[in-house]
Design a binder for this molecule. Structure first.
Ligand code: FMN
Length: 175
Protein backbone atom coordinates (compact mmCIF):
# COMPACT_ATOMS: atom_id res chain seq x y z
CA UNK A 1 0.00 0.00 0.00
CA UNK A 2 1.25 3.46 -0.91
CA UNK A 3 1.67 5.79 2.08
CA UNK A 4 -0.88 8.23 0.72
CA UNK A 5 -3.35 5.34 0.35
CA UNK A 6 -2.78 4.55 4.02
CA UNK A 7 -3.70 8.09 5.12
CA UNK A 8 -6.75 7.96 2.89
CA UNK A 9 -7.75 4.58 4.38
CA UNK A 10 -7.51 6.06 7.88
CA UNK A 11 -9.36 9.22 6.87
CA UNK A 12 -12.30 7.22 5.53
CA UNK A 13 -13.00 5.63 8.94
CA UNK A 14 -15.58 7.14 11.23
CA UNK A 15 -17.46 5.89 14.25
CA UNK A 16 -20.78 4.34 13.21
CA UNK A 17 -23.62 3.78 15.67
CA UNK A 18 -26.28 2.27 13.38
CA UNK A 19 -25.85 -1.25 12.02
CA UNK A 20 -27.69 -3.72 9.86
CA UNK A 21 -28.87 -6.85 11.65
CA UNK A 22 -26.60 -9.11 9.57
CA UNK A 23 -24.31 -10.95 11.97
CA UNK A 24 -20.57 -10.93 11.49
CA UNK A 25 -19.37 -14.10 9.77
CA UNK A 26 -16.89 -16.24 11.70
CA UNK A 27 -14.09 -15.50 9.15
CA UNK A 28 -14.68 -11.76 9.69
CA UNK A 29 -14.31 -12.20 13.46
CA UNK A 30 -11.23 -14.38 12.98
CA UNK A 31 -9.69 -11.80 10.62
CA UNK A 32 -10.18 -9.04 13.19
CA UNK A 33 -8.57 -11.11 15.96
CA UNK A 34 -5.70 -12.22 13.69
CA UNK A 35 -4.92 -8.59 12.88
CA UNK A 36 -4.93 -7.70 16.59
CA UNK A 37 -2.46 -10.47 17.31
CA UNK A 38 0.10 -8.75 15.03
CA UNK A 39 0.13 -5.73 17.37
CA UNK A 40 3.27 -4.84 19.30
CA UNK A 41 3.21 -5.40 23.06
CA UNK A 42 5.58 -4.80 25.96
CA UNK A 43 8.08 -7.66 26.04
CA UNK A 44 5.90 -9.37 23.43
CA UNK A 45 3.73 -10.56 26.34
CA UNK A 46 0.45 -9.65 24.58
CA UNK A 47 -1.18 -8.62 27.84
CA UNK A 48 -4.64 -8.32 26.32
CA UNK A 49 -7.66 -10.54 25.96
CA UNK A 50 -10.96 -10.08 24.22
CA UNK A 51 -14.45 -11.39 24.88
CA UNK A 52 -16.34 -11.58 21.59
CA UNK A 53 -20.04 -11.18 22.33
CA UNK A 54 -22.69 -12.05 19.75
CA UNK A 55 -25.43 -13.37 22.07
CA UNK A 56 -28.39 -10.95 21.89
CA UNK A 57 -29.23 -10.97 25.61
CA UNK A 58 -25.62 -10.37 26.59
CA UNK A 59 -25.38 -7.50 24.10
CA UNK A 60 -28.46 -5.88 25.63
CA UNK A 61 -27.04 -6.35 29.13
CA UNK A 62 -23.81 -4.68 27.97
CA UNK A 63 -25.84 -1.82 26.46
CA UNK A 64 -27.42 -1.29 29.90
CA UNK A 65 -23.97 -1.42 31.48
CA UNK A 66 -22.89 1.24 28.94
CA UNK A 67 -25.40 3.69 30.38
CA UNK A 68 -28.03 2.67 27.83
CA UNK A 69 -26.01 3.54 24.70
CA UNK A 70 -28.23 2.04 21.98
CA UNK A 71 -25.46 1.20 19.51
CA UNK A 72 -24.01 -1.33 21.97
CA UNK A 73 -27.23 -3.34 21.88
CA UNK A 74 -27.69 -2.90 18.12
CA UNK A 75 -24.23 -3.98 16.97
CA UNK A 76 -24.24 -7.67 16.00
CA UNK A 77 -20.81 -8.18 17.54
CA UNK A 78 -19.04 -6.62 20.50
CA UNK A 79 -15.33 -7.02 21.11
CA UNK A 80 -14.78 -6.38 24.80
CA UNK A 81 -11.06 -5.70 24.90
CA UNK A 82 -9.40 -6.25 28.25
CA UNK A 83 -6.02 -5.63 29.85
CA UNK A 84 -4.54 -8.77 31.41
CA UNK A 85 -2.62 -7.39 34.37
CA UNK A 86 -1.16 -10.68 35.57
CA UNK A 87 0.41 -11.49 32.19
CA UNK A 88 2.34 -8.22 32.16
CA UNK A 89 2.95 -7.78 35.91
CA UNK A 90 4.55 -11.23 36.11
CA UNK A 91 7.49 -9.71 34.25
CA UNK A 92 7.24 -5.99 34.90
CA UNK A 93 5.70 -5.61 38.36
CA UNK A 94 3.73 -2.38 38.89
CA UNK A 95 4.87 -1.02 35.52
CA UNK A 96 3.06 -3.99 33.97
CA UNK A 97 -0.28 -2.31 34.75
CA UNK A 98 0.55 0.52 32.39
CA UNK A 99 1.95 -1.86 29.78
CA UNK A 100 -1.17 -4.05 29.87
CA UNK A 101 -3.36 -0.98 29.32
CA UNK A 102 -1.18 0.04 26.37
CA UNK A 103 -1.09 -3.51 24.93
CA UNK A 104 -4.89 -3.75 25.07
CA UNK A 105 -5.39 -0.27 23.62
CA UNK A 106 -3.13 -1.05 20.67
CA UNK A 107 -4.88 -4.40 20.13
CA UNK A 108 -8.25 -2.64 20.12
CA UNK A 109 -6.96 -0.07 17.63
CA UNK A 110 -5.80 -2.87 15.33
CA UNK A 111 -9.23 -4.53 15.64
CA UNK A 112 -10.96 -1.27 14.73
CA UNK A 113 -8.76 -0.81 11.66
CA UNK A 114 -9.04 -4.48 10.69
CA UNK A 115 -12.83 -4.13 10.74
CA UNK A 116 -12.51 -1.00 8.59
CA UNK A 117 -10.32 -2.91 6.12
CA UNK A 118 -13.07 -5.52 5.95
CA UNK A 119 -15.70 -2.85 5.19
CA UNK A 120 -17.22 -3.21 8.62
CA UNK A 121 -18.18 -0.28 10.81
CA UNK A 122 -17.23 0.16 14.45
CA UNK A 123 -17.70 2.40 17.42
CA UNK A 124 -15.08 2.39 20.17
CA UNK A 125 -17.06 2.58 23.39
CA UNK A 126 -15.34 3.57 26.60
CA UNK A 127 -18.27 4.76 28.71
CA UNK A 128 -19.49 1.79 30.74
CA UNK A 129 -19.73 0.63 34.31
CA UNK A 130 -16.72 -1.64 34.74
CA UNK A 131 -18.19 -3.63 37.61
CA UNK A 132 -21.36 -4.37 35.65
CA UNK A 133 -19.33 -5.46 32.62
CA UNK A 134 -17.21 -7.68 34.89
CA UNK A 135 -20.31 -9.27 36.33
CA UNK A 136 -22.04 -9.85 32.97
CA UNK A 137 -18.97 -11.45 31.39
CA UNK A 138 -17.62 -13.22 34.48
CA UNK A 139 -14.24 -11.50 34.23
CA UNK A 140 -11.62 -12.54 36.81
CA UNK A 141 -10.18 -9.76 39.04
CA UNK A 142 -6.90 -9.39 37.13
CA UNK A 143 -8.75 -8.68 33.86
CA UNK A 144 -9.80 -5.06 33.29
CA UNK A 145 -12.28 -4.28 30.51
CA UNK A 146 -10.97 -1.21 28.66
CA UNK A 147 -13.15 -0.82 25.62
CA UNK A 148 -16.21 -2.28 23.99
CA UNK A 149 -15.64 -2.18 20.24
CA UNK A 150 -19.09 -2.40 18.67
CA UNK A 151 -18.91 -3.79 15.13
CA UNK A 152 -21.32 -4.46 12.32
CA UNK A 153 -22.29 -3.69 8.77
CA UNK A 154 -23.05 0.03 8.64
CA UNK A 155 -22.55 3.19 6.69
CA UNK A 156 -19.69 5.52 7.58
CA UNK A 157 -20.67 9.17 7.80
CA UNK A 158 -20.00 11.35 4.80
CA UNK A 159 -18.97 14.23 7.06
CA UNK A 160 -16.08 13.07 9.17
CA UNK A 161 -15.46 14.38 12.68
CA UNK A 162 -13.29 17.48 12.74
CA UNK A 163 -9.80 17.26 14.19
CA UNK A 164 -7.48 19.65 15.94
CA UNK A 165 -4.70 21.05 13.80
CA UNK A 166 -1.74 18.69 14.04
CA UNK A 167 0.36 21.65 15.22
CA UNK A 168 -1.70 21.76 18.43
CA UNK A 169 -0.41 18.29 19.36
CA UNK A 170 3.19 18.59 18.32
CA UNK A 171 6.10 20.02 20.29
CA UNK A 172 9.53 20.06 18.70
CA UNK A 173 12.66 19.33 20.73
CA UNK A 174 10.98 20.56 23.97
CA UNK A 175 7.43 21.19 25.30
C1 FMN B 1 -11.33 6.10 24.46
C2 FMN B 1 -12.58 6.32 23.64
C3 FMN B 1 -13.80 6.24 24.24
C4 FMN B 1 -14.97 6.42 23.48
N1 FMN B 1 -16.18 6.22 24.09
C5 FMN B 1 -17.31 6.34 23.35
C6 FMN B 1 -18.57 6.03 23.93
O1 FMN B 1 -18.69 5.62 25.08
N2 FMN B 1 -19.68 6.17 23.13
C7 FMN B 1 -19.60 6.58 21.83
O2 FMN B 1 -20.65 6.67 21.20
N3 FMN B 1 -18.41 6.86 21.25
C8 FMN B 1 -17.27 6.74 21.97
N4 FMN B 1 -16.05 6.96 21.37
C9 FMN B 1 -15.98 7.36 19.96
C10 FMN B 1 -15.64 8.85 19.83
O3 FMN B 1 -16.77 9.61 20.17
C11 FMN B 1 -15.19 9.15 18.38
O4 FMN B 1 -14.05 8.36 18.07
C12 FMN B 1 -14.81 10.62 18.20
O5 FMN B 1 -15.94 11.43 18.35
C13 FMN B 1 -14.20 10.90 16.82
O6 FMN B 1 -15.10 10.48 15.82
P1 FMN B 1 -14.68 9.40 14.72
O7 FMN B 1 -14.38 8.11 15.42
O8 FMN B 1 -15.91 9.29 13.83
O9 FMN B 1 -13.48 9.91 13.99
C14 FMN B 1 -14.89 6.75 22.10
C15 FMN B 1 -13.63 6.81 21.49
C16 FMN B 1 -12.49 6.56 22.24
C17 FMN B 1 -11.15 6.55 21.54
Amino acid sequence: MDFSDFLEFLSRRSSVREYEETPLADPEIEYIISCASTAPSAGNLEAWDVVVVTDADTRLALADASFGQPHVGKAPALFVVCANYVRSMSQYGERGILYAVQDATIACTYMMLAAHAHDLSTCWTGAFDEDEVREILGLPPHIRPLAILAAGHGHPQLRLAERMNTGEHVHRDEW
